[in-house]
Design a protein around this ligand. Structure first.
Ligand SMILES: [Fe+2]
Ligand SMILES: [Fe+2]
Length: 190
């Protein structure tokens, strides 16, 4: 019969990796977004493009990043969160309980609100960059791009950290059995 594990220290190494697999998998996605963000922002902070990057290449990379983050959030809301929400109230769009739910999940119930807040800035920046690409401008306005990035950078980075925290083994084992964890996304990493 399926049983819930008692405590993280009672898990075997495999079991811990099984319960932690979504945190590891999600963090790998987020790390890609963080790295590209840092690279794009550092160019804004430098105030000019490196000599080997054209304005078109910079905007092109940024457009790819925006589209990938958009797809990531759509996938989460359409496929991942509904599955998690079957057991974990914090992943339901209508969840509005205090910061710790009845099972002790130490997370803030803001995941959908964070996505919306991120997209207020992200969608505007995405449209700005698409318009730039359509007009084939010669110069790229790094001050304006930085201003827009600063508008949603804090909530984006906080969201990426908090989402991973919610998926850590310590939380997942409160809601899911080992057998159920096998059926959730991501492979167990050795
Ligand atoms: Fe995510
Ligand atoms: Fe997310």
């Amino acid at each position: 019969m399926a049983t819930f594990a008692q405590a993280p220290q009672d898990l075997t190494s495999y079991e811990y990796r099984l319960f932690n697999k979504m945190a590891v998998g999600m963090d790998a996605f987020h790390e890609g977004f963080r790295q590209t963000w840092t690279e794009l922002l550092s160019i804004c902070n430098a105030g000019r493009l490196p000599s080997d990057i054209t304005p078109g290449a910079y905007v092109g990379k940024f457009l790819e990043w925006c589209a990938a983050l958009d797809r990531h959030h759509a996938l989460e809301e359409e496929h991942v969160f509904p599955k998690l929400g079957m057991k974990m109230p914090v992943f339901r769009p209508d969840f509005s309980e205090p910061s710790i739910d009845q099972k002790g999940c130490k997370t803030r119930p803001e995941i959908y609100a964070q996505h919306r807040e991120i997209h207020t800035g992200l969608d505007t920046l995405h449209e700005y960059l698409k318009a730039w690409a359509r007009e084939e401008k010669i110069e790229v306005d790094l001050v304006e791009i930085k201003r827009q990035m600063d508008g949603f950078g804090e909530v984006l980075w906080r969201h990426m950290d908090e989402e991973v925290q919610m998926l850590k083994a310590e939380n997942m084992m409160l809601y899911w059995t080992k057998e159920e964890m096998e059926g959730l996304p991501f492979k167990v990493k050795s």
